[in-house]
Design a protein. Structure first.
Length: 276
């Protein structure tokens, strides 16, 4: 039986990833507050979704570190509520993160690696994964990381921050932590394919290739012909909590997306004007 994409409930449907969904129900937070158990259950009972694509989360790592109970409330407890509700007949798809790993591995993390989160954000998302496995009958966990997308209006993360500095005389970026930069558009199109294929289990979705934040910043500054100075920094230079992990890269044993450079180039060409 083919799943009805029009009846997929997308939480966080107006966030960086959700804005690329061309299917499903994407209610505003006023209509569906995932942390309000009564409201969430009532909404799902009424909507009767064919699947729940759970994107909504607290992703600010520093906020999570300072407010670990709130991180658990949003990222774990709310996920448990939705996973229980999905058990009545909806497939459950949960967007998770590279932060479930400890960052110590010398090569990218694949689906067979054992999670060991070392910060509050990672712990809250990993606990969410465990709730999905415990309560949802048919589930898919999609891990990703270093996501970019949303253009001028929606990109508040690394790529957007680098672009916002292009008129500054100097831009600094960390050169000794590594990840797999991932275009939210590619992430969403892959999730859509996975939903339609009926995929279950845990899968990593990331654009191909590994980069440091400095590599990524250099690509952006070269693209926009930046004339200032771009300076490498190192993890030891960071202040505040939590610091980035040395290795945040993901790779999949079953999927291969286009390179992060090709994806980033398309993003900069199509979603950012050249006169930034």
């Amino acid at each position: 039986m083919t799943l009805d994409l029009n009846r997929v409930l997308v939480t966080g449907g107006r966030g960086m990833v959700g804005r690329y969904a061309d299917f499903g129900l994407r209610p505003f937070r006023e209509a569906l507050d995932i942390t309000d158990k009564t409201q969430a259950l009532a909404f799902i009972r009424t909507a009767k979704p064919s699947a729940i694509l759970h994107l909504a989360a607290e992703t600010d790592m520093r906020y999570c570190e300072a407010h670990p109970k709130e991180a658990l409330r949003v990222n774990a407890e709310a996920t448990a509520t939705l996973a229980k509700a999905a058990a009545v007949g909806a497939r459950f798809v949960y967007l998770s993160t590279n932060a479930v790993f400890d960052g110590l591995k010398e090569s990218p993390y694949d689906e067979d690696d054992i999670p060991y989160p070392v910060n509050a954000y990672g712990r809250s998302k990993y606990e969410g994964e465990e709730y999905v496995k415990a309560y949802a009958k048919e589930w898919l966990i999609v891990r990703t990381g270093w996501v970019f997308g949303g253009g001028r209006a929606g990109d508040k993360r690394f790529v957007g921050r680098i672009i916002s500095q292009l008129k500054a005389p100097e831009i600094k970026a960390i050169a000794d932590n590594f990840g797999a930069p991932t275009y939210a558009k590619d992430l969403m199109s892959t999730i859509k394919e996975l939903i339609l294929s009926g995929k279950t289990g845990t899968v990593h979705v990331a654009n191909s290739g590994i980069a440091s934040r400095f590599d990524q910043a250099k690509y952006i500054t070269d693209f926009f012909a930046y004339h200032g100075k771009i300076t490498p920094m190192y993890l030891r230079d960071l202040t505040g909590i939590p610091s980035s992990l040395k290795n945040e890269a993901l790779v999949s044993k079953t999927l291969r997306l286009r390179s992060w450079q090709e994806a980033l180039s398309e993003y900069l060409k199509t979603e950012w004007p050249h006169n930034v």
